[in-house]
Design a protein around this ligand. Structure first.
Ligand code: F6R
Length: 643
């Protein structure tokens, strides 16, 4: 797939096909954010080159935030490995926090230089970023001058954008006017909340910003907006399918006919044609789609599966399903059996039982299991009940904590542990503790946290984890602290994955030769660590898949801290009794440093144990509502087939 930079003659206008008839913005859906980022980077590169051939300058409008980081990474690669020159590039950044100094690591000035400008041959005088240091008195004239400069260079040839959860583009928050130009704005609370972790707390996030206006963005000759991950799905649906409204500023892009949204599957998942394709046209009714449609139909009609009748199917866009697959009766039975067979109290398989319709194999009776946990607590939060069962049913369970999770421990908690240690030591041994305590005084949030403090925080999380694993009866030698290097930056920004991360994972799998691997498939993690951890496992599994032991290895994906599998996706549902729910809660409680107002909570304010319980209870309720047995709680898994 390529994206053109000329006016949009190479793609169809939104809404011109039946399946996109709800859509008012052109969009392309890529398999992964990396694929989408490359598409955008290559589109930028081809524009730069075509302008070079014509001896013209190329005016780029650039964005910051987490979304474009891999676009910039690819541009840097194109420069370093394929000789792409930025000599003819003039750049205008969308926005900057106000007030904020250029040297501040949170500034967009710093961001752009770290991720792009320092690594390519753009001329410094061609770089324009709103100045967060300008005085209040001068700010208005600064903004007017910014607009004038854009115009003087002939306007923006290509504007790239991310999208905030408020629907903002640039920092044009809800309420922004269509005719707005570069100006100062007050940031929405949600935007400040999302930025809080990088600023070490919402109180440090500036309240204002300078941003290009809606009109400035709409005047660009070509606009590419990118969105990755489930967190963006809801706002993307509104932006693409909703009417133009100042309350969702992204909808203004409907007025720029040369706009394309580049999405990954997760960000596109709420679009009508993806979520309920039977409402927009003919479908290819494979088993997965049948399940999805019937689960939706139950919810829509408020009926259990076996009570659905032909009329329900016909009235909800599924008459062709009836035509191709028989009556409601047949479809209902098929779905009911599928769900029924997903339920098992034996997640490691039930020995001496016919396993034809069970989610797991009966043999080997005693399985070796690795539970990969991105942070040291996802294992118990997301699959504590299943973990508990696997151990009590005699399987050899290993837990592998992929990262140290050290940045999620507050300084206050860490100091508390230091002081407890100090109380236990003889006076002459106090020296080491005092030194470490002094390090806290020198912490500069702009710089990576000192190694000693990272290790202390990592150790706190390690000890908490061991409390939980011991509670479930796991010997300490079956708990592996991997400390994957990509995570160990001492900052929220992580390193890119390296071969070392993959090799460590590969070595553990090869050493243990597991029959089951559990991994977090939580792609909505707001900080991306879960996604990276999953990619590392996928790469390791891919490299190992030809080894004979891998033929006996099944990979199950769990979710939990941020969202849950949908009913139609669940292939193994492990019920929990009320007592097991309490055991899971207790295991989560060992993670004291992650209780009460933790730093990396995402957009869900509930504590992790409450989220886990409510989610597991909600899954159980859905099973009940669809006509299956009633349980207190259910943990859900989906199998990933790598062979
Ligand atoms: C950044 C900007 C913002 C971000 C948006 C999404 O220059 O103008 O509109 O694009 O907040 O941020 P991420 O990509 O971090 O989700």
């Amino acid at each position: 797939m390529t994206l053109s930079n000329t006016r949009h003659l190479d793609y169809e206008a939104p809404g011109c096909f039946e399946e996109t008839r709800y859509e008012k913005l052109h969009n392309v859906i890529c398999k992964t954010p990396v694929e989408g980022s490359k598409l955008i980077a290559h589109s930028i590169a081809s524009l730069i080159k075509s302008k070079q051939e014509r001896n013209e300058m190329c005016v780029l409008g650039l964005a910051t935030g987490s979304s474009p980081i891999s676009v910039y990474r690819e541009l840097v690669r194109l420069h370093q490995e394929e000789g792409l020159s930025f000599q003819n590039v003039i750049s205008f950044n969308l926005d900057e926090y106000y007030p904020l100094s250029k040297e501040d690591v949170q500034s967009y000035h710093y961001f752009m230089h770290t991720h792009l400008f320092n690594h390519v041959d753009i001329k410094p005088e061609h770089v324009h970023i709103p100045n967060g240091e300008v005085s209040l008195k001068e700010i208005r004239s600064f903004c007017i001058e910014y607009e004038r400069k854009i115009e003087a260079f002939g306007g923006i040839d290509l504007q790239i954008l991310g999208i905030g959860r408020t629907g903002h583009i640039g920092f044009n928050e809800p309420g922004s006017h269509q005719n707005s130009q570069t100006r100062t704005i007050t940031l929405d609370h949600l935007t400040r909340y999302d930025a809080a972790p990088s600023f070490q707390g919402i109180e440090n996030v500036p309240r204002k910003a300078i941003t290009m206006g809606i009109q400035t963005i709409l005047s660009a000759k070509r606009v590419l907006l990118m969105a990755w991950g489930t967190n963006k799905a809801e706002i993307i649906q509104k932006a693409i399918e909703g009417d133009i409204s100042p309350m969702i500023p992204t909808t203004y892009l409907q007025l720029n006919e040369n706009t394309t949204l580049v999405l990954d599957h997760e960000a596109a998942s709420e679009l009508t044609r993806i979520k309920t394709p039977w409402l927009v046209g003919q479908c290819d009714w494979d088993e997965a789609l049948r399940s999805k449609a019937i689960a939706w139909l139950c919810e829509k009609t408020g009926k259990s599966i076996l009570k659905l009748i032909d009329e329900d199917y016909n009235q909800h866009g599924m008459s062709d399903l009836l035509a191709s697959h028989g009556s409601a009766y047949d479809l209902n039975i098929e779905m009911f059996n599928r769900l029924q067979r997903s339920i098992t109290g034996w997640p490691g398989g039930k020995a001496n039982a016919d396993d034809k319709y069970r989610p797991e194999r009966a043999l080997p009776e005693k399985k070796r299991v690795i539970i990969f946990s991105p942070h040291p607590d996802d294992d118990v939060i997301s699959m504590g009940g299943t973990f508990d069962r696997l151990v009590s049913q005699g399987h050899e369970v290993h837990v592998a904590y992929q990262t140290s999770g050290n940045i999620a421990v507050s300084d206050e908690d860490a100091k508390l542990f230091l002081e407890v240690t100090q109380d236990l030591l003889k006076t002459e041994e106090h020296e080491k503790v005092l030194k470490l305590k002094e390090e806290f005084e020198r912490i500069n949030p702009q710089q990576p946290a000192p190694r000693g403090i990272c290790d202390l925080k990592g150790s706190i999380r390690k000890r908490e984890s061991l409390g939980a694993t011991r509670y479930f009866g796991l010997p300490d030698e079956q708990v592996h602290f991997m400390n994957l290097p990509f995570y160990e930056t001492g900052l929220i920004d992580k390193n890119p994955v390296s071969q070392k991360d993959i090799d460590l994972t590969l070595a553990l799998i090869e050493e243990l030769k597991p029959h089951q691997i559990y991994a977090a498939g939580d792609l909505a993690d707001p900080h991306g660590t879960h996604r990276v951890c999953l990619d590392v496992i996928f790469s390791a599994v891919d490299a190992l898949k030809t080894k004979p032991f891998m033929k006996d290895c099944w990979l199950w994906l769990y979710r939990g801290a941020w969202h849950e599998w949908e009913i139609h996706q669940i292939e193994m549902a492990v019920p929990m009794s009320p007592d097991q729910v309490l055991r899971k809660r207790k295991a989560i409680f060992f993670h004291q440093s992650q209780k009460d107002g933790v730093m990396f909570q995402g957009n869900d304010h509930r504590e992790f144990w409450i989220r886990a319980e409510e989610r597991n209870a909600a899954t159980a309720k859905k099973y009940k509502d669809m006509g299956l047995s009633e349980y207190a709680a259910i943990e859900a898994f989906k199998r990933y087939h790598f062979l």
